[in-house]
Design a protein around this ligand. Structure first.
Ligand code: IVH
Length: 713
């Protein structure tokens, strides 16, 4: 059996109780501090907020006001005193009274089995580990095995927090393990770190843990930095490190840092806890944040199963980790095992494959997609990252290359997390060679030579060659044949490449002319597979309208839109005859999609291919359109602004939408009407400037009534 204490939590504290109306300012200040501390504890330690942010802010402001009025009541551990003092000239150094050590690393299951064996032997027990080739078959965990406390290996910065009589007096980085830097002023700004411990705190308590940043906070911070035109951070770890290294704590205060406690340094005035797990629970009870992802297990099997469990959930965790950490649970056993050089014998960091690695950019090439999108791709010196060998990484588009400043020859950080396509996150500028070459977006398509255009407001450059472009043709055919489209089994990328390169197939309609002899002549294509492929192509003749529409590869028309179109129009000819306004009638089709479909159908070569496909016998059951006659205000865009005399904004919107109008949030040249009520502001001004007709509520109701007369229902 495996002992567990998953998510052990300290109990929720009782509210501070009501304060009599005639309380003195000193009592009120005390009460407010207790309340604010309690809410922070609920939020950061128990992850169970009790009041909305606004209420917290109100209590906070009240405390601030009282402290300004009564400066004698101000204390250092007041929640208002997280930022104080002037920027530092440099950080002082701090000598760690108990050194901050590092961990030995393991990567393979075998390393874990060996670690467990060494611990068991060191403790005078015999390890009952399963043989290495039988790691997973042992059904029962090892009841007699050494007990371990398992936790996460957070990807942040190690920190030592010194509390004296429950008050935070010093925070220091790890440094070289013997001496670190005094970052107290910065650490005081981290809201997850209590300035004052709860309950009965020991005389001296040094807590070790990790300062880190939640991924969501990191994304928000980077968005804010980019918006302000400031430099963005490569990853949460760098953002956390950069934020702690600020000499001005006011800057750190604006960075969303967090903290998890996982270790003990100096301790005076209290007994050492009997186990690591008890110590972690004790930290939480004192108001220190401890991660819930922790478990007590026995033996190597227990360790490996924790590693597997966390590994499977790594990408879903809200913060970055680079492994898990195993620590012998009983503190006397830890002491018995001791240390070897700079690392404890009683602990092991079991690492996951790194999700970020550095490598060099050997070239930047462009790929042409189905819709002509030209995507720059970095060709990389092979690198093992996120568990696979990566040789290419997308650079998305030209703007992205400029923003990240990627040159050919650069050393770059490549990231691959989960199933996401690998990407270049940043350049290591110090390592840029003198002959590094900037990327230039080609003006002609590298495949067909057609002009490359970049439309205003679009990040992506496109080849204008359409189906003349072999690259687009190949992608279009691969799309056409895929399982979710025409489902032509056996028509893979390699075959499409050859067919296009040999000039045998230009459009999807050409596929239906292929015979066994032609196909059997292709590389790696035996008679049997050629016969099967011809049969698969033949079978695809019988399809459904939605698959057919999806197979055409119209930009912005995915499977769901294809279904909506098929349902709405029922027959292909109805779709072919539809103009933009008629397309806007379709469920979930907006202006961008409508324009894309209309543009596709306006190209005669596209309609020709459709006709050829029908002529080749591609067919589907047709049905009656579900579309009603066009709604009277279909295709009209209307903006509502100000307060209308009788109708609420929602009611007005509902009425307009029921008549087929699109209600937009901002005024542009394309707006047909602005309906303005009282206190209409900039939208009304803009409408007037652009000459967009402005209606009042009556005018709008009249428009609806007039339109209604033409309405068939
Ligand atoms: S214990 C004596 N526990 O990993 C052992 N370290 O290589 C001291 N780290 O510098 C460290 N998560 O920054 C410990 N749950 C965890 C950890 C952890 C991350 C970092 C820490 C330390 C490095 C050790």
């Amino acid at each position: 059996m495996t002992a567990k204490n998953e998510g052990a939590r300290a109990p929720a504290p009782a509210p501070a109780g009501a304060l009599p109306a005639d309380a003195s300012p000193a009592e009120r200040v005390q009460w407010l501090r207790a309340e604010l501390d309690r809410h922070s504890y609920q939020y950061y330690v128990l992850d169970a907020p009790t009041i909305p942010d606004a209420d917290y802010d109100a209590l906070f402001s009240e405390l601030q006001a009282l402290e300004t009025e009564h400066p004698d009541l101000l204390t250092d551990d007041s929640p208002t005193q997280r930022v104080g003092g002037a920027p530092l000239a440099a950080f002082d150094t701090v000598r760690h009274r108990v050194p901050m050590l590092s961990l030995n690393n393991g990567f393979e299951d075998e390393d874990v089995v060996n670690f467990d064996r060494r611990c068991a032997q060191g403790l005078g027990r015999t390890a009952v580990a399963a043989p290495a080739d039988d790691l997973f078959s042992a059904a029962e965990a090892d009841d007699n095995g050494v007990e371990y406390s398992c936790e996460l290996k957070f990807d942040g910065l190690a920190m030592s927090l010194r509390y004296e009589d429950g008050r935070l007096v010093q925070a220091a980085t790890r440094g070289d393990g013997e001496t670190g830097e005094d970052v107290t002023a910065n650490v005081r700004t981290i809201k997850a770190i209590p300035l004052k411990l709860r309950g009965k705190a020991p005389a001296v308590l040094e807590v070790r843990g990790e300062v880190f940043m939640y991924r969501a906070d990191f994304d928000k911070l980077n968005a804010r930095q980019a918006e302000a035109g400031e430099k963005t951070f490569v990853n949460p770890r760098n953002a956390a490190a950069g934020s702690l290294r600020q000499l001005d704590p006011r800057i750190t205060a604006r960075r969303p840092l967090s903290f998890f406690a996982y270790g003990l340094g100096e301790l005076e005035g209290a007994e050492r806890p009997p186990t690591h797990a008890v110590m972690l629970d004790g930290f939480a009870a004192l108001g220190l944040p401890v991660c819930d992802e922790r478990r007590v297990v026995k033996g190597a099997q227990g360790l490996l199963s924790f590693h597997r469990d966390i590994g499977a959930r790594r990408d879903q965790l809200p913060y970055d980790i680079d492994g898990v950490v195993y620590k012998v649970n009983a503190i006397p056993e830890q002491e018995q095992l001791g240390f070897v050089s700079r690392a404890p014998r009683f602990a092991l960091a079991h690492k996951f494959p790194a999700q970020e690695m550095t490598t060099t950019v050997e070239d930047i090439e462009v790929q042409v997609g189905r819709t002509g999108a030209i995507t720059p791709v970095a060709r990389l010196a092979p690198v093992f990252v996120g568990g696979v060998t990566v040789t290419n990484a997308t650079l998305h588009n030209e703007d992205e290359i400029r923003r990240k400043d990627v040159h050919v020859g650069d050393t770059v950080i490549v990231r691959r997390a989960g199933d996401v396509i690998p990407e270049v996150v940043a350049v290591v500028l110090e390592r840029r060679p003198a002959d590094a070459r900037a990327f230039v977006m080609p003006t002609a398509c590298p495949v067909c030579g057609s002009h490359v255009e970049k439309l205003e407001g679009e990040a992506v450059a496109r080849c204008t060659g359409g189906l003349i472009c072999a690259a687009q043709r190949k992608q279009a055919l691969i799309h056409f044949a895929q399982r979710r489209a025409m489902d032509i089994d056996g028509l893979g990328d390699k075959i499409v490449e050859q067919l296009v390169d040999m000039g045998v197939v230009r459009t999807p309609a050409d596929l239906y002319k292929l015979g066994v002899a032609k196909l059997a002549a292709l590389d790696r294509m035996a008679d049997k597979s050629a016969t099967n492929l011809v049969a698969a192509i033949d079978k695809s003749r019988s399809t459904t309208l939605n698959r057919f529409i999806f197979a055409l590869g119209i930009r912005h028309v995915g499977e769901a839109t294809a279904k909506d179109l098929a349902k709405h129009f029922g027959k292909l000819d109805n779709l072919l005859a539809a103009d933009e306004a008629a397309l806007l009638e379709v469920n979930d089709v907006g202006p961008v999609v409508a324009q894309s479909i209309a543009g596709f159908l306006a190209e005669s070569h596209n309609v020709e291919v459709i006709e050829q496909l029908r002529a080749a016998g591609v067919h589907w059951p047709e049905s009656e359109p579900t579309a009603r006659a066009p709604l009277p205000l279909a295709g009209k865009t209307i903006v509502l602004t100000g307060t209308l005399p009788t109708l609420s904004r929602e009611d007005a919107k509902e009425k307009l939408e029921a008549a087929g109008a699109k209600v937009a949030g901002s005024v542009s040249k394309k707006t047909d009407y602005v309906v303005a009520g009282a206190e209409a502001g900039s939208k009304l001004e803009k409408a007037q400037a652009l000459g967009v007709p402005v209606l009042d509520e009556d005018g709008m109701l009249k428009l609806l009534a007039d339109a209604g007369e033409g309405e068939p229902q």
